[in-house]
Ligand binder design. Sequence first.
Ligand SMILES: NC(=O)C1=CN([C@@H]2O[C@H](COP(=O)(O)OP(=O)(O)OC[C@H]3O[C@@H](n4cnc5c(N)ncnc54)[C@H](OP(=O)(O)O)[C@@H]3O)[C@@H](O)[C@H]2O)[C@@H](O)CC1
Ligand SMILES: [K+]
Length: 482
Amino acid sequence: MHRITAYYQADLFDVAATRRIERAAAAKLPAHALMRRAGLAVARLAAALHPHARAIWIACGPGNNGGDAFEAAAQLRERSFHPIVTFAGDEARLPDDARDALARARAAGVPILEDAPTEHDLAIDALLGLGATRAPEGRMAQWLTQIYGAGKPVLAVDLPSGLDADTGHCSFDFGPGAPGQRHCLSLLTLKPGLFTAHGRDAAGAVWFDDLGCSSDGEAPCARLAGEPTFRPRAHASHKGSFGDVAILGGDQGMTGAAVLAATAALHGGAGRVFLALLDPRPPSLIEPWPELMLRRPEQLALEHLTIVCGCGGGDAIRTHLARVLAQAPRLVLDADALNAIADDAALGTLLTQRSQHRLATVMTPHPLEAARLLGLSTAVDVQADRLAAAASLARRFQATVVLKGSGTVVASPNEVPTINLTGNARLATGGTGDVLAGMIGAALASGLPALQAAQGEVWRHGAIADAWPHDKPLTAGALAAT
Ligand SMILES: NC(=O)C1=CN([C@@H]2O[C@H](COP(=O)(O)OP(=O)(O)OC[C@H]3O[C@@H](n4cnc5c(N)ncnc54)[C@H](OP(=O)(O)O)[C@@H]3O)[C@@H](O)[C@H]2O)[C@@H](O)CC1
Ligand SMILES: [K+]
């Protein structure tokens, strides 16, 4: 068993694959062995995280998720803890493994109660796992509110109950947990829903135990990207070694977005950074950044540059997009460039054709921009299945797509999508997306392929926020200059 961190690379499996892995493993093992392993893993983690817990409330549901926790209750009792089980199900309809585990809990002397205890030091949420088919209601919903709303530590078995394992979509509002209070032990496989959309808030720290079973032979539906490999720079480098980035954006009143992308590209290591503002009356110098070279948009030699296009671009970006899409060898499309493409099928066609000419493209939509590009009405439609939305955009436009948000997804045509685990809510502030676009521009200019550039810079962008001192405000400007 180990804890999953942002540094960790791992395969993720959807419900269908996990069910196949479970069936294959169970077929090779004696009856109930897999559930015994699962229960033991839960009990061990609960005991390790909260060795002094007196009252442990274990809320069990009607399926095998509850079964895992009946078994954990038996194991905890044998270790002299005081688990109290409440059961939201019909004993006569329990699956075989779970019925056996319930009998073991009873035999160990675990009280099985109807009502939630008035007090607890730790709650184990085993109401629903992979088998959740609808929103928890009635007693289940009430217990979940008590478990996740009490401000007490929670350990979720396999999944927070009601969280969709494939998408991270939640039918129950878990709200954010206090740091360190929420843990989730994923069993048999790691599921993508734990790491994107609402999954990260609901689950808290994720632990993994494969129960000694192999997932070989099953294709992952996604991966945790993990820490990118360090790229050393040769001593014998010059400014031409790391490429030229040009930022094209910053219409009147929105020049800040383009300046943020430009400073991020500068600090991201680009050899030279040009700033082509769309504002008809641009400044002649960007005060604190004399390194930025100002150009008019029409002066840019597009065919020799890495272009970061769209940050604060407004409507003015539209007139430049056809040329940029046709000529730029390396291109990051952000914000208003994406909105313009969503509105104009001819621009969409030019974008799709870039891959045939081996021109590298990274698109960096937030969920609403992604929805517009996919012709969906709201960001909610994208959030309902972020992996599918990112993969669909990548396929449609034959480009690398960075779908921003909690658990940023990076997808490329014919590649398994990745989910990034760095970053936190402090990045939910204006301008941080412009910074990311600039950072990816710098990585592309240094010669990295689109997918690698996107994955690496998404990781670094989040890692900067994670390492940011808590007593210092995190602004996009400060992020860009790091
Ligand atoms: N077998 C083993 O050895 C191992 C099993 N493992 C464990 O098994 C878990 C999967 O077990 P599972 O398939 O039984 O699904 P689970 O989520 O427990 O519940 C399904 C039940 O809930 C019901 N239900 C659904 N939604 C509901 C709602 N909103 N409100 C109320 N009821 C609702 C649903 O009813 P139905 O939808 O059919 O009406 C059905 O009765 C997995 O997550 C892992 O923890 C692993 O540890 C490996 C070892
Ligand atoms: K659960």
